[in-house]
Design a protein around this ligand. Structure first.
Ligand code: ADP
Length: 479
């Protein structure tokens, strides 16, 4: 026995409803068609009978005129014998409706003489009526036609064969409708069920994902239909969600790890100071270290927030036209004295005309500053840093090339990861977020940032940004 819940599910199922509508449309349209054909057939049958009766009447009228009332009775009998006296009768009536002469009327006893039909003959040559016949399921067609001035010819016909044919048609079509209903209903059910099975696939995947299995994906056939599009969109959404969750996990564990070190340091120094001698000097030192470490913590948290905002597109940014040539020029002005102090040459190449892109100036300044900061950090005295900007119709390219220590091959794929620092970097200040932030800002502008390096020879960082004429420049209108 099916439980109430199962039955409820079946009746709520889209498959059943679609199959039902499919079958209903079939039944309604087929019935309408069969009924239309039936009406045409029935009308055709009636017209044929009326034509036949009229031609009989014409024949008998000419006989009436040529031979007179006396002879017509024998002709009535002869004609009725040919078709069968139970199928046809002939009567000659006086104009007041009195029967004068008739064929064998034994099976037609109850057929009356219609006064209204006789009255209509005053204006018409012939009048047809339908009459019920005792013991017969079908009506007879009865013709009244004038015979001379005083008499009326009445011919009645029972269309037994035609009625049988129409009855067969009715029975046949009802049977066809029933069989059709079963076939179309089950076929509809199967077709819809097959299509729905793929929708079920999406539901199933969604269910297993809700239970934590983020690796599942909906199967995509190559039909390119609506369900395929739904599956592709669903999978894309899953990929994105999966990446976001993985990123979130990674960020959380990074934060936990990177916030722990300054906090541990703060705690350690406080503990040592407390257990030491009670003079003011160690407390001053401790306070200085606490301030320094707290600044570091705040710095990390702020950068993390900026990356998260740029990544998720929550930040509402001030988008304007930015002249990249000017921006690079300004950065050169700011960093030139620092480079000089370190004995590094900072060279610059920018076009003489503005190199306009659409974006947020503060974010782009930060990108250039981070790249220059790194280059200065990893280039020894005597080295050179080349800062340049150039562009074509579609893109602007910004590059920072240094002749410094370079990046180890195993570090290169990870330098844009949050909190990643090369082995060498342990002893240098930094939090491993500079390049991640630069990448987040560049991506938010619809651009890309890449790094190449030859260890021992130097590194090259290239930022590519779409320009207003580029179709991609639209993506920078952020989120
Ligand atoms: P941080 O500079 O705080 O360590 P970044 O995200 O800016 O963090 O850089 C990540 C790592 O990439 C650095 O630790 C360093 O190992 C490497 N790196 C970045 N820029 C350069 C460069 N110009 N030359 C050599 N190594 C670099």
């Amino acid at each position: 026995m099916y439980s109430e819940k199962t039955m409820d599910k079946v009746f709520r199922s889209l498959t059943l409803r679609l199959a039902f509508w499919y079958a209903l449309v079939f039944v309604v349209s087929s019935s309408a068609m069969f009924f239309g054909v039936y009406l045409m057939l029935a009308r055709g049958v009636q017209e044929r009978i009326e034509r036949m009766l009229l031609s009989e009447a014409v024949e008998l009228q000419s006989l009436y005129h040529s031979r007179g009332v006396g002879k017509i009775g024998a002709e009535f009998d002869r004609e009725a014998e040919i078709d069968g006296t139970h199928r046809i009768f002939f009567r000659l009536l006086a104009s007041d409706g009195k029967e004068l002469v008739a064929s064998d009327m034994r099976t037609w006893q109850d057929v009356s003489i219609s006064r209204s039909a006789l009255a209509q003959l005053a204006t018409q040559d012939a009048v047809f009526e339908s009459e019920a016949v005792l013991g017969q399921r079908h009506n007879a067609r009865v013709l009244y036609a004038k015979a001379g001035k005083e008499h009326v010819l009445q011919i009645g016909y029972l269309p037994l064969d035609d009625e049988r044919f129409l009855k067969e048609y009715r029975r046949g079509t009802t049977l066809m409708l029933l069989v059709g209903l079963i076939v179309v209903g089950s076929l509809g059910w199967l077709i819809v069920k097959r299509a729905m099975a793929r929708v079920e696939g999406v539901t199933e995947t969604a269910m297993s994902i809700s239970q934590g299995d983020f690796t599942r994906r909906v199967a995509v056939t190559n039909k390119g239909d609506e369900i395929d599009r739904l599956a592709i969109m669903f999978n894309t959404m899953l990929d994105r969600t999966h990446t976001l969750i993985t990123d979130l996990k990674e960020v959380t564990s990074n934060i936990a790890h990177d916030l722990r070190s300054p906090l541990t340091r703060i705690r350690g120094i406080a503990e040592t100071t407390l257990s030491g001698e009670e003079t003011i000097a160690p407390y001053r030192e401790m306070a200085a270290i606490v301030v320094e470490e707290s600044d570091r913590l705040v710095g990390i948290i702020n950068t993390m927030l900026q990356i998260a905002e740029a990544d998720s597109g929550i930040a509402s940014v001030a988008i304007t036209n930015v002249d990249l040539a000017r921006l690079v020029h300004d950065a050169h002005t700011v960093f030139h004295p620092i480079a000089e102090d370190k004995g590094i040459t900072l060279e610059m190449a920018v076009p003489a005309i503005p190199l306009i892109i659409v974006g947020e100036s503060a974010q782009l300044q930060r990108v250039v500053a981070n790249l220059l900061d790194n280059a200065l950090k990893w280039t020894p005295a005597g080295g050179t840093i080349y800062l340049s900007a150039q562009g074509d119709v579609f893109h602007a390219k910004l590059s920072v090339v240094d002749t410094g220590l370079g990046i180890a091959e195993e570090d290169l794929p990870h330098i844009f990861d949050r909190f990643y620092r090369g082995d060498r970097s342990r002893s240098t200040p930094g939090n491993g977020l500079g390049l991640s932030l630069a990448q987040a800002f560049v991506r938010a502008h619809g651009g890309t940032i890449t790094a190449e390096s030859l260890p021992g020879k130097g590194s090259t960082f290239i930022v590519r940004l779409p320009r207003p004429s580029s179709p991609h420049s639209l993506c920078i209108v952020k989120k």
